[in-house]
Design a protein around this ligand. Sequence first.
Ligand code: ADP
Ligand code: MG
Length: 324
Amino acid sequence: MPGEFDIIRRYFAPAAQAAPTVKLGLGDDCALVHAPGATELLAISTDTLVEGVHFLADIDPEDLAWRLLGSAVSDLAAMGAKPLWLTLAITLPDADESWLESFQKGLTASTEAYSITLVGGDTTSGNTRVLTAQVHGSVSSEQALTRSGAQPRDFIYVSGYLGDSRAGLELLSHSDKQTQDSAYLLQRFLRPSPRLALGRGLRGLATAAIDISDGLLADLTHILESSGLGADIDIQALPISHELQNFCGEAQARQWAATGGEDFELCFTVPSNKKTEVETLAATLGLNLSLIGKTRSGSGLNTLYAGDLWISETLSGFDHFGDK
Ligand code: ADP
Ligand code: MG
C-alpha cells in the first residue's frame, strides 16, 4: 500500500501542471501564487482534522477550533506569510447547538488572535466530524520562506520546546496519568501557538523553513530533500521543557521531541554567519530558538547523541497511510 506522500505524488500531483500564475505548487507548507494585479504572492494551505484520527469525540469544541486554526495558520507562519482569509468546510453528524456555541467561541477568538478573516466555507451532515480550514496569506516573492533554499553548512534551528504536544495527546487518551504539569502539556496539544511573528522575523534571514507537524526528523528531512542536502543534528540540543521531562523522563522526552509531531514550532536553516541575528530575534520575540545541528552536502539525516549515532523509535514521522 502506498504511503500518504506516494498517494499525493502519484495520484494528485499529475493534475498540478505548471502555470504562469503558480510560483510554487505542491510540496511546501503553502502554495505560492500570483494573484493577477497583486504585488505580493498569495500563500495558500489546507488542513483537515478528522474525529477519531486527529481528535477524540469528547474534545471541547472551543479547543477544537483553536487547534484547527493553529495548525492551518502554522503553515502561513512557515512561509513567512501574513494571514488574510480563511474558509471553513465542516461536516457534522447533527446540529448540536451547545457544541456549535462552544465551537463558535473558539473560532471567533482564534481568528481574532491570528488576524485572519472567515470569508466562506461549506456545511454538511455526515457520520464523522471532519473540519477543513483553508488559509490564505500574503508574502513578497523575495521574502517567502520555502523548504528548498538551505545551503551546505547552514545552522539548523528549532523554536520553542518539542514533544510537549505528544505528551498532551498521551494525557488525553490516558486520564490516569494526570500530573501537576498536565494543564501545560494539554494546552500545547489543544491550542498550539503558530509562530507567525517568528516567520515574519525570519524573512531575509532563514534560507529554508518548515513547521513541525509530522515530527522534527520527518519535517527536517523534507527541508533536506527539497534543498538536496544532508545534515547532522545533536539530539542533546533538542529543546525539552521541564514539564515534559517531569512527565515522562529524559529518554522518552527525547524520542517525542524528535518524532512526536504536532508541535507547530518552526524548524529553519540560517547561514552560519547569522548566528547573532538569530539570537537577537530570539531576545526580541522572547522565544527560545535552539541551534540543533548543521546541514552538509550529500544526503541523509544523522542524529547524534554524545557523538554516537542515535536511533529513534521511528524515523519516518506520521503518515496517514504508513505502517500503523
Ligand atoms: P503540511 O504538513 O505542511 O500541511 P502536507 O504534509 O499535508 O503539508 O502536504 C505536503 C504537500 O502535499 C503540500 O504541499 C500539500 O499542499 C500537498 N498535498 C497534500 N494533499 C494533497 C492533495 N490531496 N492534492 C494536492 N496536493 C496535496
Ligand atoms: Mg506544514
